[in-house]
Design a protein around this ligand. Structure first.
Ligand SMILES: Cc1cc2nc3c(=O)[nH]c(=O)nc-3n(C[C@H](O)[C@H](O)[C@H](O)COP(=O)(O)OP(=O)(O)OC[C@H]3O[C@@H](n4cnc5c(N)ncnc54)[C@H](O)[C@@H]3O)c2cc1C
Length: 507
């Protein structure tokens, strides 16, 4: 079973863990160190290794621990950022390149599936986008025109594959779907077969660089490389990209239907946030995936209720026999609508990053593999100008922002509280967490299933914001840049690089 950064179990975790990690390295010097084994890291490492670069892939937990096992795995050229927006922000030529990139990513995935005979339920599907009121119908008309401009062929459709009322719909052929962790495990296996090195349970603590050599510290080990790639979904540390990527949580249900027809196609409404539908095969039987109800990370006090709302929404249209799986996961919305793939801002010529994928990271994570491989091997990629993270202008006051937030850390809560105060503070149900006030200061409390209470500093070590309890995933989530921590404080996902501090108890 694959572990992931959440308490709820996703449909994709049932795969056997790919036992491919080595326990020791043949040496400490590589051409490229790739950090993070989600779809971005594994694709990038594979393509680089096949281009003749000797790679080391380092993963803090296990392959697929991040959003790559919390995804819904649609493969679209229809992007989350509607093409009219892409055209207005980037111009027609660049919008065409974005559409071409999405199609190239689907082709890369299909190419891998065919070449390595990967059994991952890959199937081309028709994608449907539908409107349910006049405003959405106008929007759909705009989208339809923009699709023609960027070279994606769309047709008006009389029907949609889901039993929802709709006013208008368009359909786009050659979208696709697959099983993400089956695909990921197969790519990783191929990377190892091609001579790539892989360590799991190896968190990178920091990277030093003198320009030509990157020194990657992970525990006691230091690995050297000419180039490094942050394939960590969001880069660690404080970087301009954290001001340009907003973290969001998104929810998915996998439903067993009583007698209804499972959709043979991918369907999306035009709500804000939108809902989507697809069918997935699990143990030889179909399940309906319904997703949506996204919100900014750490901004929903009752995350558990979001599942109930999504389920009530699905039950309006389907006779649901059982909720087989339900899970939530994280993604990052980029400020101008397209991802940041290329040189890490402030990282020099040999540090690379890929982030800000919105809900299209299966596509953009794959495209990132192609782009980063090209940049590292030849210094060039057709997508450099479109997706370069250096299109971000330096932000006035950024260093002051970092200093001020670091100051917050110093002035926060004391390091110890008494056992008695803790008992008074901790009127929590088992499995519940809450940030409470104690002597005008804040403490994050969590009671585990045995009744043991943990007291933590609620200050996110990344930039000093106060974390919020996420009841759906039993985690502490930072509302500022999306760092997440287990109920007992351990780091689940960046951009922080350490967990929440524990508060000691006096008798
Ligand atoms: C609910 C949901 C549904 C989605 N549906 C779709 C969809 O249908 N289609 C689509 O295209 N996209 C979808 N997405 C987006 C897509 O799933 C993600 O963008 C994509 O999985 C990101 O992959 P990644 O490899 O960049 O990051 P991740 O999968 O998050 O991998 C990052 C890895 O880096 C590791 N790591 C982090 N820090 C360190 C460190 N310091 N040292 C070592 N390792 C580290 C982590 O443990 C993790 O394994 C969805 C997202 C969500 C939340």
């Amino acid at each position: 079973m694959i572990n992931r950064d959440g308490f709820s179990k996703s449909l994709w975790q049932n795969e056997a863990q790919a036992e491919l990690a080595q326990r020791s390295m043949p040496g400490y010097t590589f051409d490229v160190v790739v950090i993070g084994a989600g779809i971005t890291g594994v694709t990038t490492a594979l393509l680089l290794q096949q281009s003749g670069k000797q790679c080391l892939l380092l993963e803090a937990h296990n392959a697929g621990f991040g959003t790559s096992s919390g995804t819904s795995a649609h493969l679209n050229t229809l992007l989350d950022t509607p093409y009219p927006d892409v055209i207005s922000k980037f111009g027609k030529q660049k919008a065409m390149l974005a559409a071409q990139g999405a199609a190239e990513a689907i082709a890369i995935i299909k190419g891998h599936v065919d070449k390595y005979a990967i059994d991952c339920d890959f199937a081309y599907k028709t994608g449907y986008l539908f409107s349910q009121n006049e405003r959405e119908s106008q929007q759909l008309t705009e989208i339809s025109k923009a699709l023609e401009v960027v070279g994606i062929s769309a047709e008006w459709s009389d029907g949609i594959p889901v039993p929802l009322p709709f006013d208008n719909a368009i359909k786009v052929e050659r979208q696709a779907q697959f099983h993400p962790t089956k695909y990921l495990s197969a790519l990783l296996r191929q990377y190892i077969a091609d001579g790539g090195n892989y360590l799991d349970q190896t968190a990178v603590d920091h990277v030093d660089s003198d320009g030509a050599v990157q020194r990657v510290s992970a525990g006691k080990a230091i690995y050297q490389a000419t180039d490094i790639v942050y394939a960590t979904h969001i880069p660690p540390g404080l970087n301009l990209l954290h001001l340009r990527c907003a973290p969001y949580r998104s929810y998915v249900l996998a439903l067993k239907l009583a007698r209804d027809k499972y959709p043979d196609g991918l369907a999306y409404d035009l709500k804000e946030p939108y809902h989507y539908f697809r069918t997935a095969i699990h143990d030889g039987r179909p399940l309906l995936l319904v997703g949506g109800n996204d919100h900014k990370t750490g901004h929903e006090a009752k995350a558990e209720h979001v599942f109930s709302e999504l389920e009530a929404y699905a039950r309006k249209y389907y006779e649901v026999q059982a909720v087989a799986y339900r899970w939530s996961s994280q993604y990052y919305i980029p400020a101008d609508g397209l991802p940041y793939i290329g040189h890490l801002p402030g990282g020099g010529n040999h540090q690379f990053v890929a982030t800000g994928y919105s809900g299209n990271g299966m596509i953009f994570g794959t495209l990132a593999g192609r782009i980063l491989c090209d940049l590292i091997v030849s210094g060039e990629s057709p997508y450099t100008t479109l997706l370069s993270p250096s299109r971000i202008k330096p932000v006035a006051g950024f260093s002051r922002f970092i200093r001020e937030n670091a100051d917050v850390l110093k002035h926060f809560v004391s390091d110890r509280i008494s056992q008695q105060s803790l008992t008074e503070l901790s009127e929590l149900a088992k499995g519940e967490g809450r940030v409470v006030k104690y002597q005008e200061k804040q403490v994050a409390l969590y009671k585990d299933e045995y009744g043991k209470v943990y007291a933590l500093h609620p200050v996110c070590p990344h930039a000093g914001c106060i974390v919020q309890w996420n009841s759906a995933e039993q985690s502490w989530d930072c509302p500022c840049h999306g760092a997440r921590y287990a109920a007992t404080g351990e780091l689940l996902n960046g951009p922080a690089s350490r967990g929440l501090r524990h508060i000691g108890l006096d008798d």
